[in-house]
Design a protein around this ligand. Structure first.
Ligand SMILES: [Fe+2]
Ligand SMILES: [Fe+2]
Length: 158
């Protein structure tokens, strides 16, 4: 989804989420071309923290907001998204206890990035598209998400 195509009413909240998605995709690319294990570890820490903060604001603010505004449209999508978040967070939590070179480390980075890619595609192509189509009022949500994200990152940085 292209940020420039989002109507003004939905842009602040959706663009914040899409920027997170792009940031993680870029970090995954950085990881793939990085040879130094200490730098790989830093990148994976950054990916993990970004994903934990992002899933937190979606689960605590964005998803409940959509469910409240229009459960008929969003409930099934949101349930599926929550299950995917759980799978993503489980791998992130494993990786945060591991070191590059550990058995399955690379495999876990690959699988989590594939899960994220699939999840992001569904969010942007289906959920966000529906938000725009149905003109869901997101007014004020971006401010709440920003605050929660900053607090979360301050608390959970390793
Ligand atoms: Fe997302
Ligand atoms: Fe999500």
């Amino acid at each position: 989804m292209n940020i420039t195509d989002i109507p003004a009413a939905q842009k602040p909240a959706l663009s914040m989420l899409i920027e997170d998605h792009r940031k993680v995709a870029k970090l995954v690319k950085d990881y793939q071309s990085e040879k130094s294990q200490s730098k790989q570890k830093e990148i994976v820490e950054e990916i993990g923290l970004a994903l934990l903060a992002h899933t937190e604001i979606e689960e605590k603010l964005f998803y409940p907001w959509l469910r409240e505004k229009d459960a008929d449209t969003f409930a099934d999508m949101l349930d599926e998204a929550l299950v995917e978040h759980t799978a993503i967070k489980d791998i992130v939590k494993d990786l945060r206890q591991m070191e590059p070179g550990d058995e399955l480390y690379d495999g876990k980075v690959t699988v989590v990035s594939e899960f994220v890619e699939h999840h992001v595609k569904e969010e942007e192509d289906e959920m966000f598209n529906e938000v725009i189509k149905r003109k869901v009022d997101l007014n004020g949500l971006d401010e709440q998400m920003k605050t929660m994200k900053e607090d979360f990152i301050a608390k959970h940085a390793q």
